[in-house]
Design a protein around this ligand. Structure first.
Ligand code: AGP
Length: 608
C-alpha cells in the first residue's frame, strides 16, 4: 500500500516527511517524493524512483527550512514505477498525493482536454480536476477538492496543497486510511499511525466521505456534503519500540521470534483454565443470541484466509450443528451468496484496511448479518466498521509476510468458536482440552523457536537452489501447509503450492521429480498413518521430502526430518507452522532477497 505523510507546524517539514515515509516503507513501494513550501508559496518538489534513500540523496541539494509539505511512497498501480509517475503530482496550483484507484480517471481525463498530462497515473488526473475547480477562483482549496471528489468513482486517501495558500493541507478519504496527528503548534498527517509515533499520541482517524482542512493549529472536518463533523481525538495505542527491529536483522525474524509474547497478548484476560472457560467480548452478543448462531462465514485474504480455514477445522470439532464457510474476500464480494439470517460473519484482517475484505464486510452488513472483526491494527477501517470485534493485540506487524498475526488470528477465532460453544451448552469437559492447550501454546512456541531456529537455517540452505516446492498436509495440517507455501512463495519467490495429502493422487503427484522438494506436515493423530502412506507414494517417485512431525516413532526414510517435541496435540499444526515460517525466512535470506519488503507485494492491499 502506498504511504502518505504531511506536516504543517513550526519544525522542518522535509525532516518529518522523510522520516515519516521511512516508517511507512515496510508497506512496500517503488518510488517516493515530497513537496514543501516556503511562506511565499515557493514549492520545492523532489521525487525519485526506487527507495527513500534515493530520495534523500536528491534532497541533499534541495534542502529547505520550509515548515509545511506533503510526501508519498508509491506502489505502482496505473503506470510503471518512475520519477514522472511518482507523487506528489503538480498540476497548475495544485500538489497532490493519493492512495487508491480512481476508476473513472479515463473519462475525467478526456473532460480535462485543456490539461497536458505528464504521467500515466490516475492520480495526476485527480490533481488536474481539483485544479480545474480551484483556478476558477470561486472556491477555496477545500471546496475545490470537494467539487472534484464528487465526480470521482473509486477509492482515495489524498493530501492536497496549493501554492497560493501554503499554510493549509486538505485531506480526504474514501477507502484508503488517513490519520491526523494533533501536536503542539503542529499538525501531522499519515496513512498509518506508525508515522506519527515520537511526534504525538493524539490522533484523529478520518472516516470515508470526510474532508479535513488542516493548519498548524487547527483541524476542521466536514462531509462531502459540507456537514460539520466533530473531530474525535484518540490515543495511539502502539509505541516506538514496537516498530523497531530490536537487534534482529529483519522485522520478519523479530516477528517470528516474538510469537510467545504476542500470543500471550492475544490470550490476556480471555482464557480461564481454572474453570475451563474463555471470555471473549468480540461478538458483542448476549448468550441468548450466540445460542441462535447456526452458520459462520469467515472472510479474509491470503494469510488471513488461511487462518480462517485452519480455525474452521477446530470450530467444527466443538460446535454442534454449526456450519462454517471460509471464503476468499476478493471472490466472495462479487458472488451472489445468500447468507442465512442466523449467521455470524468473522472478518479477518491484520491491517484492517484490505480493500477486498472491507468490501465484503460492507456487503455482508447490507444483508443484516452481524459482523465481528478479527483484526490487529487498532482503529483501522474494518475495526471501526464491524458490529463487534476481537483485536488480536500482536502489536505492529511490519514485515510484509504475516507470521505472528496468523498464529493469533487462528487462536482468536478458535476462542470465538469456544465462546459460541459455551453459549450453546457444550460440556466444559469437552472444551477443556482445547482451552488448556491454548493456554500452553506461548511456552510451547518458545521452546520450538529456541530449539529449531538454527537447525532450520541450515536446512533452508540445503534447498535454496530449488525453484519449485510442494507443501502437504491433512486435516488441520492442510491449511497449515497452505500458509507455509504462501510464506515461502512470497519472500523467496519459489513456486510453492500446497495440496491436501489426499489430493495427491488426483493430479499433483504427476509433478514429483527432481525439480521439486516436498514439505510434508505429519502431526501425530488419527490421520497420521494415512499421511505416512501418502509420503510413501511420494518417496516411491523419488521425492525430496522434508518431513515435519511430532510423532516420536517417525521412521520414514525421508531426506530430512524435523521432529518437534511438544505437549500440544490439537494445535500441533500451529507449532509446525513455526518451522515453515523459519524455513521461508532463512530461504529468503539465503537467496539474498529483500525479506521484509518482497518484490511486487505490499503489507496492506488497499486496492482491488
Ligand atoms: C501474508 O503474508 C500476506 N502479506 C498477505 O497474504 C496478507 O495476509 C493479505 O494481504 C491480507 O492482509 P490483511 O490480513 O491485512 O487483511
Amino acid at each position: 500500500m502506498c504511504g502518505i505523510v504531511g506536516y504543517v507546524g513550526d519544525k522542518n517539514a522535509q525532516d518529518f516527511l522523510v522520516s515519516g515515509l521511512k516508517r511507512l516503507e515496510y508497506r512496500g513501494y517503488d518510488s517516493a517524493g515530497v513537496v514543501t513550501f516556503d511562506n511565499s508559496g515557493k514549492a520545492t518538489l523532489v521525487k525519485a524512483k526506487g527507495k527513500i534513500a534515493d530520495l534523500g540523496t536528491k534532497l541533499v541539494s534541495e534542502r529547505r527550512e520550509d515548515k509545511v509539505g506533503i510526501g508519498h511512497t508509491r506502489w505502482a498501480t496505473h503506470g510503471e514505477p518512475s520519477e514522472v509517475n511518482a507523487h506528489p503530482h503538480h498540476v497548475g496550483n495544485i500538489y497532490l498525493v493519493h492512495n487508491g484507484i480512481i476508476e473513472n480517471y479515463k473519462e475525467l481525463k478526456n473532460a480535462l482536454s485543456n490539461y497536458e498530462f505528464k504521467s500515466e497515473t490516475d492520480s495526476e488526473v485527480l490533481a488536474a480536476l481539483i485544479d480545474s475547480f480551484y483556478k476558477e477562483g470561486k472556491y477555496p482549496l477545500t471546496n475545490a477538492v470537494v467539487q472534484a471528489l464528487k465526480l470521482v468513482q473509486g477509492t482515495y486517501g489524498i493530501a492536497v496543497m496549493s501554492d497560493k495558500n501554503p499554510n493549509e493541507i486538505v485531506v480526504a478519504r474514501a477507502g484508503s486510511p488517513l490519520v491526523i496527528g494533533v501536536g503542539h503548534g503542529e499538525t501531522l498527517i499519515a496513512s498509518d499511525a506508525s508515522a506519527l509515533l515520537g511526534h504525538t499520541k493524539q490522533a484523529i482517524y478520518l472516516n470515508d466521505g470526510e474532508v479535513a482542512t488542516v493548519t498548524a493549529g487547527s483541524v476542521e472536518i466536514k462531509t462531502l456534503n459540507a456537514e460539520p463533523v466533530s473531530a474525535k481525538v484518540e490515543e495511539i495505542e502502539t509505541n516506538l519500540a514496537a516498530i523497531q527491529k530490536d537487534g534482529y536483522e529483519h522485522f520478519l525474524l523479530k516477528e517470528i521470534m516474538e510469537q510467545p509474547k504476542s500470543l500471550k497478548e492475544t490470550l490476556r484476560g480471555r482464557v480461564d483454565t481454572r474453570h475451563g472457560m474463555v471470555h471473549l467480548g468480540g461478538p458483542g452478543l448476549p448468550e441468548s443470541e450466540l445460542r441462535k448462531i447456526k452458520h459462520l462465514v469467515i472472510v479474509g485474504c491470503g494469510t488471513a484466509y488461511n487462518a480462517g480455514l485452519l480455525a474452521s477445522y477446530y470450530i467444527e470439532q466443538f460446535t454442534p450443528e454449526i456450519t462454517v464457510e471460509v471464503v476468499v474476500a476478493s471472490e466472495y464480494r462479487y458472488r451472489q451468496a445468500y447468507i442465512p439470517k442466523d449467521s455470524l460473519a468473522l472478518i479477518v484482517s491484520q491491517s484492517g484496511e484490505t480493500a477486498d475484505t472491507l468490501a465484503c464486510l460492507r456487503e455482508i452488513k447490507k444483508q443484516g448479518i452481524r459482523t465481528v472483526g478479527i483484526v490487529n491494527a487498532i482503529g483501522s477501517t474494518i475495526a471501526r466498521e464491524v458490529d463487534g470485534g476481537t483485536y488480536v493485540h500482536v502489536g505492529p506487524e511490519i514485515s510484509v509476510a504475516s507470521t505472528k498475526a496468523f498464529t493469533s488470528q487462528v487462536i482468536a477465532m478458535v476462542m470465538m468458536g469456544l465462546t459460541i460453544a459455551q453459549a450453546k451448552g457444550v460440556r466444559s469437559s469437552f472444551l477443556k482440552p482445547y482451552i488448556e492447550e491454548i493456554a500452553s501454546l506461548p511456552e510451547e512456541i518458545r521452546k520450538i523457536l529456541e530449539e529449531w531456529n538454527e537447525p532450520v537455517r541450515a536446512l533452508a540452505d540445503k534447498y535454496k537452489e530449488y525453484d519449485h516446492a510442494i507443501y502437504l498436509g491433512r486435516d488441520t495440517a492442510y491449511p497449515t501447509a497452505m500458509e507455509g507455501a504462501l510464506k515461502l512463495k512470497e519472500i523467496s519467490y519459489i513456486d510453492a503450492n500446497a495440496y491436501a495429502f489426499g489430493e495427491l493422487k488426483h493430479g499433483p503427484l504427476a509433478l514429483v521429480d527432481d525439480r521439486f522438494f516436498e514439505f510434508a506436515l505429519l502431526p501425530d493423530g488419527q490421520l497420521y498413518d494415512k499421511a505416512v502412506s501418502n509420503v510413501q507414494e511420494v518417496l516411491a517417485r523419488g521425492g525430496h521430502i522434508i518431513a515435519v512431525t511430532n510423532k516420536k516413532e517417525f521412521d520414514l526414510e525421508v531426506e530430512n526430518v524435523v521432529k518437534i517435541s511438544t505437549s500440544a496435540k490439537l494445535f500441533a499444526p500451529l507449532l509446525m507452522n513455526l518451522i515453515a515460517q523459519l524455513f521461508a525466512y532463512y530461504m529468503a535470506v539465503a537467496k539474498g532477497y529483500n525479506v521484509d519488503q518482497p518484490r511486487n507485494l505490499a503489507k496492506s492491499v488497499t486496492v482491488e
